[in-house]
Write a protein that binds this ligand. Structure first.
Ligand SMILES: [Fe+2]
Ligand SMILES: [Fe+2]
Length: 353
């Protein structure tokens, strides 16, 4: 998860030696970097940047134009006298997110950064959730009509979700989903966020994180063939209803195998996300090594998300209680202990952060 703090704050000044710049840098919680010393490596992590330089100097301007050509989501703040028209227009041409007076104070800078990220996050989060919901909705409808599944649409939604969770944090993303969506769609989106951020924080390559995210997004697509009365039933299912419910992994897998271009391992997780390592799961009663890594990851995320979900008939569990359930399942030989430990570490550390 990238948040405002771990992207860092870069304070670019005319020179790094003056007492005044150093004092202000201390108030900002960073160090000054002179404009002559600044290079691409300073901007690699897409930091928030405060520019305290003379924007009328052509050499500085040229240098900054080169350095700032690529736009990330870091906030760009320029400390410029609002009456200096040329400097203001140069700041704007460099992509200023905020223009503040030179003696504005550190708190005004931090406030501008928080505001910038609040706006960026809100837009990213909402857009990515909309993209995910529309990919899901399209997929659920296509299955019922046995129409072609929009694989590219789902992968693009997955990419947007990964980026939004990266910038806004998984807690905020999941809270937004809970606020606007219910039932099966809420469940699928929460599994997606959980699996995606888990994969990301395990250090997987982006291609694999997309695969995991996409697999999680569609893991329950077979539920579109299950009647709503069963899906949203307010209480325990009868044996017949449970039988119908348990058909969803095969229905989803068979549909996607025929009508989508989803990667084979993501497809396997659609079929096998209710399997347990001890062979007690369904639909195939797979054991141990027969269950691959992506599926293991989706299974843990699926169970966790179901436990922390808000349903009409049950209160959501707290993350630590949901993890205790996962640990018990690992202890019983159903889930991989090392993976559950990693999940607990990542999830609870995140809660404490
Ligand atoms: Fe499922
Ligand atoms: Fe599920």
């Amino acid at each position: 998860m990238r948040d405002i703090d771990d992207r860092g704050l870069l304070y670019i000044t005319e020179n790094s030696n003056s007492f005044e710049y150093q004092a202000f840098a201390r108030a900002l919680g960073t160090q000054p970097v002179g404009i002559r010393d600044v290079g691409g490596e300073h901007l690699r992590l897409d930091p928030n940047v405060v520019f305290d330089v003379d924007l009328r100097a052509t050499s500085s301007l040229r240098k900054l134009k080169g350095l700032l050509a690529r736009r990330g989501t870091g906030c760009r703040i320029f400390m410029v006298d609002p009456k200096a028209r040329i400097a203001v227009s140069n700041a704007e041409s460099l992509g200023a997110d905020a223009i503040l007076e030179p003696r504005c104070g550190a708190e005004a800078i931090h406030q501008a950064i928080r505001q910038h990220h609040g706006i960026v996050h809100a837009v990213d989060v909402t857009r990515s959730i909309d993209a995910g919901i529309s990919a899901l909705d399209g997929g659920f409808r296509s299955l019922v009509r046995d129409a072609v599944f929009d694989t590219e649409g789902m992968e693009s939604a997955s990419g947007q979700i990964i980026d939004a969770i990266d910038s806004a944090g998984v807690d905020h993303w999941m809270a937004t989903v809970r606020g606007y969506h219910v039932g099966t769609f809420q469940h699928c989106m929460l599994v997606t966020a959980t699996a995606s951020s888990f994969a990301r924080r395990l250090g997987m390559r982006r291609g694999d994180v997309i695969k995991v995210t996409a697999a999680a997004l569609v893991h329950d697509i077979g539920k579109s063939a299950v009647p709503v009365e069963i899906l949203d039933k307010n209480g325990p299912l009868t044996p017949e209803e449970a039988q119908t419910m348990r058909s969803h992994p095969i229905i989803g897998h068979d549909y996607l195998a025929r009508r989508s271009r989803i990667a084979a391992d993501a497809l396997r997780s659609v079929r096998s996300h209710h399997e347990y390592l001890d062979g007690s799961g369904y639909p195939d009663g797979l054991r141990g090594d027969e269950i691959d890594d992506i599926t293991r990851l989706v299974t843990i995320s699926d169970i966790y998300a179901a436990l922390v979900e808000r349903r009409a008939y049950k209160a959501p569990k707290r993350p630590e209680d949901a993890i205790a359930v996962l640990e018990a399942l690992a202890g019983a030989g159903k889930l991989e202990p090392a993976l559950v430990r990693a999940f607990a570490r990542i999830t609870l550390h995140k809660q404490a952060a």
